[in-house]
Each structure stands twice: as C-alpha cells, then as structure tokens.
Design a binder for this molecule. Structure first.
Ligand code: AMP
Ligand code: GLY
Length: 420
C-alpha cells in the first residue's frame, strides 16, 4: 500500500516512522516532509492550497491513503475535496473541523449539550467587549475566533491588557475578525486527551501533557509546544469516564445532529478543576509534540488503524500500548518563538544514540549535501520511553549533550511535575 502524509513537523515525522514499520506499506510520500522524513519517504513539494494538483499527484502515483497532519488543510475542506474522488483520507471533514476552526462553533455545541467549559460571551465589536470588561474579574481570557496557531489566546490580568487584546484581535492580527470570545479563567491543571474515530466508533488514543511556554517554570511566550510527557498524571479510569461521557460523546452527538460525523484524531484540551474535566479547546488532529510522545507507545500497526478508520471498522482493531512512560523534549532555534536565523547547520546530529526506546523526530530541518540544517522554529524532538519519567529524561539529556548544538535551545525542566 502507498501512503501520503501531509505536513512537515515532528508530528508528521513520527507518523511517517510508525508507518515505515508497517508490513502493509510499500511507499511513503510526504507533502512536503522534512530532513527526517527524507530518509524514509519521498518528500514532495506541492502547493497544498491547490487541492486539484494534490489530487492529480495522488492519482498519478496511485496513493491508497492520505493522512492529514495539520489543521489548516482540514479546516479548508481537503478531506471533503479528496473524498469526492473516492480517495481514502484520514482526517475530519470541513464541518467537523470547525471544532478547531471556530471556537464559537465549539462553544455552541457545549451549550446545547451541557458540556463543561468556561463561561463565555461572544462580542462583535470593540465597544461591547470593552464595556463588558468594566465589571469583570481578572484574570480573564480573550480569544480570537479563527485559527491562530495557538497564538490567538490572551490571558489578561487587568483592563489595560484586555484592551490591547481586543484591539489586536479586531484590528486583524489573526485575520479578519467578526467576533471574539471573552471567557472565565479556569484555575486547574491542563491535560490533553486524544481519541481516534472512524465516524461510527472511537477509541482512546492516550493522554499527554504539553509545555506551551517558551521558558522554564512555564514562563514567557506561548509556543507550539516545548515538550510533553505521556501519560498525564491526572488520568485514571474515573476521570476517563467523565471525559468520555461529559465531553467526547456529547460532542460527537452534536456533530451527528448537524449531519456530520468525526473521522480522524480528536484532541481535547482540558482543564481539570477539582477533579472535574472542563473543555478548553478542541483540535482536529494530533498534537505536536504530543504525537511524537504518544505514537512510539503504540504497538498496533498504525497503517491498519488508519485503514480501519477509513473503512469504518475501527471496532475490529485492538489498540495495544506499552506501559512505558514517554517524554519528549523539543529543541528550538535560538530566538523562537520570535525571529530566528535559518539555515544553521546541526553539526553533531549523527552522534546521538537512537534505538527502540530512544527516538529523534525532525521538525524544521532540511538536508543538503549530507548535512542537516535548521529552517524552522521548532527543530528536533528527542523522545525516550522508559519504566519511569526520570530515566527517560536522563536518556534524552545524554543525547542532548551529544548534540551540543549552539544554534538552538531547549527547556531543561520538561516533565517537572512528574519528575522529582
Ligand atoms: P488554547 O489555544 O485555547 O489551547 O489556549 C492556549 C492556552 O491558554 C491553553 O493551553 C491554556 O493554558 C490557556 N487557556 C485557554 N483558555 C483558558 C481558560 N478559560 N482558563 C484558563 N486558561 C485558559
Ligand atoms: N502542542 C499543542 C498543539 O499541537 O496544539
């Protein structure tokens, strides 16, 4: 079977690597991939906004299955487009992708089905939003409605900060804004909960804890994610039942009432407050770096899992996971998440020690003349599986010492909540 993966991050390299191990797969294409995928797949440069070109390429190469990594093509309706041509695609359709594409869409489902979430208001202009905030308690949360790569969320501690947020959003910092959301600040501990679904059935796809802030101690600006561990320390059977019954099932019911269904990974960003889960946001894909952290734990053939989702028989597949703990540390270019230099060589990359339990997934990298260069903000993901998180971290740190890259940095405290 030939498979194509859309995306270029660590998530896509991890997916590519798991598929490489499948006996079913004969060839992998990555659109566009990175230096890591280049060794196991064919990297293809195509304009991904041009769905027709992509479809033609899929037919020309007789690709049997497409996996969509990032959210943008999903929200733009790539799945709906390719399915018109009877192409197997793993990922949700355009309506279902509104769960990530529009925070207001999700909040409306939450309201209708009593899904626990932060109290919120929707505002159509600066004056109404600012007027509302005259009588609010701080901190308060202000969010752009559109896709903003995780950047459209402001946690404001006073009126001055909230005015800046409102102005930036309505002035178009995240694209044209017709609405914004003002939300109650939930105080608790975050957790990411994943499912995989074929439209009829779903299964848990494990939990993880991301570290979104750039600096140690969870300080500084928000990033795409600086590291993660799996499982979350907050998950147990009782919590999982609450998440499924109070959040996941009502959401899937809401989609079916809209005449849609959910096929793909669904990522619930949760805040656990007094042992109760609240939905903060949905993402219609795996997380990055959560995917790199979770996938190496999966023992089941990933190609069979994706195929089962496209054939609507996920119920016939058993997902088999190792009990090991998994930790991921992300290496970023100096300067990230602000400006950073590109095309910096990563000299010692071949000196790191990789094996069955120690993985290196590339993100913003490219290869030229046998050398690897950083071209993105997040560059490399070191993942280690072990019987406990501290051993996993020791292995990662040893590899980071070997890498000893002056062009980048990483957080040394990833997993501090689960490591003494
Ligand atoms: P989001 O992009 O919606 O995940 O938001 C980014 C981050 O902002 C989340 O990971 C949380 O840390 C934080 N956040 C978002 N909404 C809330 C909320 N209502 N209360 C507290 N923190 C929040
Ligand atoms: N790591 C957060 C995300 O993928 O959205």
């Amino acid at each position: 079977m030939k498979v194509g993966i859309i995306g270029s991050g660590g998530r896509e390299h991890a997916i590519c690597n798991s598929l490489k191990n499948s006996s079913k797969i004969t060839e992998i294409f990555c659109f566009p991939g990175n230096a890591g995928t280049e060794n196991i797949a064919k990297n293809i440069i195509l304009d991904l906004d041009n769905f027709e070109n992509l479809k033609n390429f899929i037919f020309e190469k007789e690709i049997d299955l497409i996996i969509v990594g990032p959210e943008k093509p999903l929200v733009d309706g790539l799945v709906d487009y390719l399915e018109q041509f009877n192409i197997n695609v793993f990922g949700p359709n355009k309506i279902a992708s509104q769960l990530e594409g529009s925070k207001i869409f999700t909040k409306q489902i939450c309201e209708k089905f009593n899904i626990p979430t932060a109290k919120f208001g929707i505002f159509q202009n600066k004056n109404d939003a600012k007027h509302f905030l005259k009588n609010t308690n701080y901190p308060t949360v202000i969010k752009a409605d559109n896709l903003a790569s995780g950047k459209g969320v402001y946690i404001c501690s006073n009126e001055k900060e909230s005015n800046i947020a409102i102005n930036e959003i309505f002035d178009g910092k995240f694209g044209e804004a017709k609405n914004l959301l003002i939300e109650e600040f939930l105080e608790g501990e975050e957790m990411s909960y994943f499912i995989i679904s074929d439209g009829l059935n779903f299964k848990s796809f494990e939990t993880a804890q991301d570290h979104k802030r750039v600096l140690e101690g969870d300080k500084g600006k928000n990033t795409g994610g600086m590291g993660a561990y799996s499982p979350s320390r907050l998950i147990n059977e009782e919590m999982e039942n609450k998440i499924i019954n109070k959040i996941i099932k009502p959401t899937l019911k809401g989609l079916s009432e809209l005449g849609s269904e959910y096929k793909g990974f669904l990522y619930a960003g949760l805040m656990i407050v007094n042992n109760e889960p609240f939905l903060i946001e949905y993402n219609v894909r795996m997380g990055d770096p959560e995917c790199q952290t979770i996938l190496p734990k999966l023992k089941t053939d990933l190609a069979e899992v994706f195929l089962a989702c496209c054939n609507r028989n996920l119920n016939q597949i058993e997902l088999d996971w190792t009990n090991k703990k998994s930790l991921c540390v992300v290496v970023c270019s100096n300067g990230y998440p602000d400006e950073f230099k590109k095309h910096i060589e990563i000299e010692n990359i071949n000196s790191v020690e990789l094996n069955e339990h120690n993985h290196l997934y590339h993100a913003g990298t490219t290869q030229k003349d046998e050398k690897i260069y950083a071209i993105g903000g997040r560059v490399l993901n070191f993942v280690s599986l072990s019987n406990n998180f501290s051993d996993a971290k020791i292995k990662i740190m040893q590899n980071l010492d070997k890498l000893n890259w002056s062009g980048g940095f990483y957080r040394k405290d990833i997993g501090y909540k689960v490591i003494e």
